[in-house]
Design a protein around this ligand. Structure first.
Ligand SMILES: [Zn+2]
Length: 457
């Protein structure tokens, strides 16, 4: 019997151990794992490489349609491919219209035709005015829902995303619970952050540390507590996005220990960049919640190692260069990081801090796939999609702007020396990126939809 592909001699990260072995693929699926598997049409020698499940980045903003000049499907998914991200879950905001009903979801499907280099699942939005449209999003295949407790959306742009008020938040959770879905939440106290920001600006403050101080730790913790409490009453499973503080994580852990269904994520940038570096790098490192100080970062690492943070995402949220001009308050808050999750986290977590490979794979792939029921994704195991990132450990390189596949060659990681490299990415058995030939132009990605028993190209 001949397979389509065998990846030989790599250190393969399975669910419970990492071992040097071979993996065979046929029809895009993993069909055998072990030594002496036999023949294949294509053989990749992964000697000296780590064979990781491809990353499942559960938090990515692609602004197409409507704001494709910020980031589009073509460039966004190419960056994913180059970075070892074989699938991501796309946020319902930044594109126009925001993804909050059937029509806007279908605009996304149309806009992406022929442009996807990796697989994409979708969040539907929960906003104050779409409570009676949430079911459409579920029927059309969203993986989960997303809402903002912090202020979002541009004034005067009617079809932009909006943060929930307490009522729509609560009533939305009741509806989402009935559909047996998860609500992912941006948890920061809107009013306090907004007003502290106004006060600081009125006082002429413009520095990174002033911006960080305008979104203090308690504004994250308060919003997490409120979300957890209301979700408990509504009976809704929730997920807290991009936590920046160990105190926020502690709230999630406490609720989970009390039996509530709640999970959380943090982002590569909270582990890779601190407040002092934000000051030096400038507004390309601005995000919300903000980057925090070194002591906070060390305690966040401890939470990650302890398993209290379910997974790591990029919260890739790009914009055109002119929106990053200005000061720490006026510049757009969003970091372009999709292409450098896998190499930076491998370097920082595995190489510098000694994380087990199995934990690394859970944090970048298995846990997000399991939570959002992307059942074919996130594991190197028989029957799963043959999605891999091949990582060359201890192979430092310095990231240059021209290395980036994003629409805009901007990232706070430009100039950073990263101690590992993604040298090949494989999506359902096809090489979609390798270091020699770059990202393929084959656009083999598909939407991964729930409930519907098919994927749509
Ligand atoms: Zn986001």
């Amino acid at each position: 019997m001949s397979y389509d592909l065998i990846i030989k001699n790599g250190k393969v990260i399975l669910d419970t151990e990492a071992v040097i072995t071979d993996v065979a693929v046929t029809n895009g699926k993993i069909v055998a794992i072990g030594a002496n598997l036999g023949d294949a049409k294509e053989v990749i020698d992964a000697s000296g490489l780590i064979v990781s499940p491809g990353m499942v980045d559960a938090h990515v903003h692609i602004s197409e349609p409507g704001r494709t000049e910020w980031e589009g499907y073509e460039t966004g998914t190419r960056a994913a491919a180059k970075g070892g991200v074989t699938s991501f879950i796309e946020m319902p905001l930044n594109q126009l219209p925001a993804t909050i009903d059937r029509e806007s979801l279908n605009l996304k499907f149309d806009a992406a035709k022929g442009k996807l280099s990796v697989d994409v699942a979708l969040f539907g939005g929960l906003v104050p005015h779409n409570l009676d449209r949430l079911n459409e999003l579920n029927e059309d295949g969203v993986a989960a829902y997303k809402c903002f407790l912090a202020t979002c959306g541009f004034d005067g742009v009617d079809n932009d995303f909006r943060n929930v008020d307490d009522y729509s938040f609560f009533a939305g959770m009741q509806k989402i619970a009935k559909m047996d879905k998860i609500l992912a939440i941006h948890a920061e106290n809107a009013l306090i952050c907004d007003e502290l920001g106004k006060v600081a600006q009125a006082e002429g403050k413009t520095l990174a540390k002033d911006y960080v101080a305008s979104r203090p730790v308690f504004t994250e913790v308060e919003a997490v507590r409120r979300a957890i409490y209301l979700a408990k009453i509504a009976g809704c499973q929730i997920h807290i996005c991009h936590l920046s503080t160990p105190e926020g994580v502690e709230e999630v852990t406490r609720a989970r220990n009390e039996g509530q269904k709640v999970t959380c994520e943090s982002c590569t940038h909270y582990f890779a960049i601190d407040e002092e570096q934000f000051e030096t790098i400038g507004t390309t490192a601005k995000c919300a919640p903000p980057l925090r100080d070194k002591a906070n970062q060390e305690r966040l690492w401890a939470k990650l190692f302890a398993g209290e943070i379910d997974f790591v995402t990029s919260d890739h949220s790009p914009c055109p260069p002119d929106m990053k001009i200005g000061n720490a308050f006026t510049a757009w808050g969003g970091i372009s990081g999709l292409q450098n999750n896998v190499d930076i986290m491998f370097d920082e977590a595995v190489q510098k801090r000694g994380m087990e490979l199995t934990q690394f794979a859970k944090l970048i792939a298995s846990n997000p796939a399991d939570l959002y029921k992307l059942t074919n994704k996130g594991h190197i195991a028989i029957g799963k999609d043959a999605d891999f990132a091949l990582i060359h450990p201890n192979a430092p390189y310095t990231l240059a702007a021209e290395d980036l596949e994003y629409r805009h060659k901007i990232s706070p990681y430009v100039g950073r020396t990263i101690g590992a490299q993604v040298v090949a990415t494989i999506l359902r058995g096809s090489v979609i990126y390798d270091k020699e030939d770059g990202v393929r132009d084959t656009h083999e990605g598909s939407f991964v939809l729930q409930n519907i028993k098919q994927t749509v190209q």
